[in-house]
Every structure is written in C-alpha cells, then in structure tokens.
Write a protein that binds this ligand. Structure first.
Ligand code: AHM
Ligand code: MG
Length: 334
C-alpha cells in the first residue's frame, strides 16, 4: 500500500528539497492546519457543542456574528500568537489588526483570515470553511495596518480548509496546489492530491441568481448566454450551482471546473462587491491561478489590485480560464 504523506512530512520535504518553504513559514502553516482541525471539531459537534446560532454581536462589516465565527476567530488567534512566526494578524471578524502580544517573540509574517466563511450555512449543516493568506511584513520597526495593504501577488502562502462531508485543506506556496484530507483516526491531514488543475472549459456556473436584476450588462450577457443552452450563442447546456459558501464553491471548481461570480451589483452601487479582497478574494484567486484558472474583477486581475483598506471589498469572477477570459472580454466590449 502506498505510504501516506502527512502534511508535516509534505512541508518538511518541501523545505528540504527546494527550499520553497522557509522554516518559520512551515511552522505557520502547521499551526494554521492545527487550528483548522480544532475548528473542524467544533463545527462537527454542532448543536451538541452548543455552538450553533447567533452571538449577540456584529462584526466590522455590520453582519451579525454567529457563535462559530467568534470561536473560529479565537482558535486561530490563540494558535498563532505565541509561536514566534508572526508579527500580526487580521481577520474578517476584527476591525483592526491584532498585534502579537509583547510577551511573545515577533516573527516576519502577517496572517489574514476569514475564520469561518459561508456563515449563513452553519446552522443548516452545509459546507463552510476557513480561508487564509500569508504576507511578509515589510522591513521596519513595528507593524501597522498599512503593512497588510499589499497586492495579492505578494502572498507567500494561501489556503483554505473546507468543513464538509470531509475536512479538506487546500494549500499553495506558489508552486501548484495540493489537497490534504483530515484523517480523524490519525488526527492528521494526509496528502490526497497534488498539482491540482482546473479544466480551461466548463459547463457549470455559480452565481446568486436572485441578484440578476441588479447585475451589470456584461455579467447579465454572460449568464443569459449560459441559460440559452444548446440553442444559444454557446451551443451547449450549462448547469448551475450556488452553495453560498465561497469555500465550497471554489472547492468544487478546483475539483471539476466551473466559474464562480460574486460581481458588483446595483443594490449598493458604492460597494465594489460583497466579498473581501484581502482574506477572501486574494487567497482564492492565487489558488485558482496556481491550478491553471483565472481570477478578475472584470477589468483587473485580482492579484494585481493594490488594496487601500483592510476590509476592502471586490467584485470576484474566477475559475476555468476560458470562461473567465470570456467574461473579461464582455466587460471590455461593454
Ligand atoms: P461571509 O464571509 O460573511 O460568510 O460571507 C461570504 C459568503 C461567501 O462565502 C458566499 O459566496 C457569499 O457570502 C454568499 O452570499 P449570498 O448569501 O449573498 O449569496
Ligand atoms: Mg467570508
């Protein structure tokens, strides 16, 4: 039987063979994976653990926090603050950045995360996940919010963990995408797929169709053509999925292709989109690109966007390359 490769071994061998992972980054990734294991446990307990339902607080985005949003945020902070690998953290659930307390050594990395993405799915037992992004702290004393405002192409690691029928960790450090499945008996993540590749073409799209009347013309044009099926411009029938968990939708696209869109819409025209650039769009876009796909806001490659604030929002179109290129072309022609 082929030997199982644990996440630890995978990271150690990567560090040893081609030095793609410096030792502190390896530690960071192991700690994040360990935190994801704890979050997975809490998610699994559900009502038995008393973790379902809303907390009595709102986050910086004005969204009501779920108990599990807060628990997952605390798990990630507590796991990461003492190891000496980080200078600071930022999260969807915290207004400002979280500095590593003075009593611990300060490291060179910055960690950003959405502790529990797809919160509306928690109570209904549908897949949710954790998304994370790692940057290097710029040179200089101290650390400030400004240090986090780096374009996505500067990421040194990115990943997500999806809590679904299986708990799967997906990771890139810039040399392809690997997937690890949590072996609950062993308590470790085991490598289950390397060099993940997204097919360039697809017959499956993911968008919240209830917003159709609010979309901009290029997005409407693209989806209209998909809906016309064989008889229309595209000459083929399309299928549709919308899980309302970006993690789960992206995971499906990595597994069998597709296009995911959460575009700008007219509901709140001053907002560029719903999803957050720094800890949702950037890590997911890098993973998608590393698997041969593409990611854009319609006009600009997501990874090239220079952020101006921590909780910046962005329009997101990502997935199979030829489909994303088509939507980009429709934007250019509009
Ligand atoms: P969250 O981070 O508060 O959970 O919100 C992000 C989620 C994404 O996972 C998902 O794609 C989107 O919101 C779903 O939004 P909607 O309910 O408008 O379809
Ligand atoms: Mg989210």
């Amino acid at each position: 039987m082929a030997q199982k490769i644990s996440l630890t071994r995978y990271l150690v061998e990567k560090q040893r063979d081609n030095n793609t992972i410096p030792s502190h980054l390896r530690l960071l990734l192991e700690v994040v994976a360990r935190a994801c294991k704890s979050i997975s446990q809490a998610v699994n307990k559900g009502a038995l653990g008393g973790v379902l339902g809303a907390a009595e607080t709102e986050n910086i985005q004005g969204e009501v926090q779920k108990k599990l949003d807060i628990i997952a945020n605390e798990v990630l902070i507590e796991a990461n603050e003492w190891g000496g690998h980080l200078a600071a953290m930022a999260s969807e659930e915290m207004e400002g950045i979280y500095l590593v307390p003075n009593r611990y050594p300060q490291g060179e990395y910055l960690l950003l995360f959405d502790p529990l993405d797809g919160s509306s799915n928690i109570d209904v037992n549908v897949s949710i996940g954790t998304i994370f992004s790692v940057l290097v702290k710029p040179e200089g004393a101290g650390v400030s919010e400004q240090d986090f405002l780096q374009a996505g192409c500067k990421q040194v690691a990115a990943g997500y963990c999806v809590y679904g029928p299986q708990t799967t960790l997906v990771l890139t450090v810039g040399d392809g995408v690997s997937m690890f499945t949590l072996d609950r008996e062993q308590g470790s993540f085991v490598l289950t797929q390397e060099n993940v590749q997204i097919p360039a073409d697809t017959k499956e799209f993911a968008i919240n169709m209830s917003n159709m009347r609010h979309w901009a013309p290029p997005v409407k044009r693209y989806v209209d053509e998909c809906l016309q099926g064989k008889e229309g411009e595209r000459g083929k029938d399309f299928n549709m999925r919308w899980i309302a968990s970006m993690v789960a939708d992206v995971h499906r696209i990595l597994t069998r292709g597709g296009i995911f869109m959460y575009p700008w819409d007219k509901r709140e025209p001053e907002k560029p989109g719903k999803l957050r650039l720094m800890y949702e769009a950037n890590p997911m876009s890098w993973i998608i690109e590393q698997a041969g796909g593409a990611a854009t806001n319609g006009k600009t490659r997501i990874l090239d966007i220079e952020p101006s604030k921590l909780h910046e929002r962005v329009s997101v179109i990502l997935g199979s390359k030829n489909e994303v290129d088509r939507v980009t072309r429709y934007h250019a022609e509009a």
